[in-house]
Design a protein around this ligand. Structure first.
Ligand code: NAD
Length: 271
């Protein structure tokens, strides 16, 4: 049920690859909540044309941009503001990729070219999205920027390899940039640390499906879905969370506060 939470707000949504993407669900919900926005993704991710279906459904424009390239991001903000008719109120960073994970390289012998690529795509892109907006003064006061993270930034998860370190950097950028942007322009910056979610990026991780089930059993509420994550993003883009900034917000059905669930113990005992 829409509440018109984003009525009159203008946004930029990155990372909608297909209908499983978390960003896809955020776009559908932002549209239902009255926002206008542009969609963006890397030019190579648009080959399948899926994003055009989302653009049609949400009456939004698609602006291709490689989030590792500052000049693409400058063009993105310029075209977004021209198309939407003013400065931006919310930005979703929903971008992640590790070549080491894709190629199954173990953490103890990472390929550093791949590692650098992962950092650039998944963490520095967040700094670049913020730094370009800051330089262009492209975000309105009380605007809200959200990026998506994972709990491996705080705790060891062997299968997450270099993305654990990269997500730690992402969360740190939210804090540090959040300080400067908040002080100067009252712009809010947060990360949402999301449950395992069945998307292209998620499912690319070896053993993901088993771990998905583990986390689901460990969480009193079960795993948070992509739709749940979209709801949380909308609340952070809305004026109802005006004083929330520089936070890493755990969105995981209680997973992170549970030592062990009875269900996991029963499974080990064979009950
Ligand atoms: N799926 C999960 O289990 C899970 C859990 C926690 C956090 N996250 C995070 O959520 C975010 C979204 O991922 P998702 O699960 O929806 O998967 P997804 O594969 O649907 O989205 C990842 C997106 O990143 C885009 N991307 C990659 N390189 C890019 C570049 N150079 N420029 C612009 N865009 C680029 C891809 O095209 C894709 O749209 C990621 O940051 C991911 O790490 C996912």
């Amino acid at each position: 049920m829409p509440y018109n939470l984003l009525k009159g707000k203008r946004g930029i949504i990155t990372g909608a690859l297909d209908e499983n993407s978390i960003a896809w669900k955020v776009a559908l919900l932002a549209h239902a909540e009255g926002a206008t926005f542009v969609l963006t993704n890397a030019p190579i991710a648009m080959r399948m044309g899926e994003i055009n279906k989302l653009a049609e459904k949400t009456n939004s424009k698609v602006i291709p941009a490689d989030a590792t390239l500052v000049e693409d991001i400058e063009k993105l903000y310029t075209e977004a503001m021209a198309h939407l008719g003013g400065k931006i109120d919310f930005v979703l960073h929903s971008i992640g990729m590790s070549v080491n994970i894709r190629k199954n390289v173990p953490y103890t012998s990472l390929n550093y070219d791949y590692f650098n690529k992962g950092i650039d795509v998944s963490a520095l892109s967040f700094h670049k999205l913020l730094a370009v907006a800051h330089k262009m003064d492209a975000i309105n006061e009380w605007g809200s920027v959200v990026a998506l993270s994972y709990i491996a930034a705080q705790r060891a998860y062997p299968f997450y390899t270099d993305m654990a370190d990269i997500k730690a950097m992402l969360e740190s950028i939210a804090r540090t940039f959040g300080y400067h942007y908040g002080k100067q322009k009252k712009v809010r910056i947060n990360t949402i640390s999301q449950s395992p979610t069945k998307t292209t990026a998620g499912s690319g991780i070896k053993g993901f499906s088993e771990f998905y089930d583990f986390a689901d059993k460990q969480s009193p509420l079960g795993n948070a879905s992509a739709e749940d994550c979209a709801n949380y993003c909308i609340s952070l883009f809305s004026d109802l969370t005006r004083m929330v900034t520089m936070q890493n917000l755990l969105h995981d059905g209680g997973y992170s506060s549970t030592g062990v669930s009875q269900e996991q113990l029963d499974a080990i005992i064979g009950k």
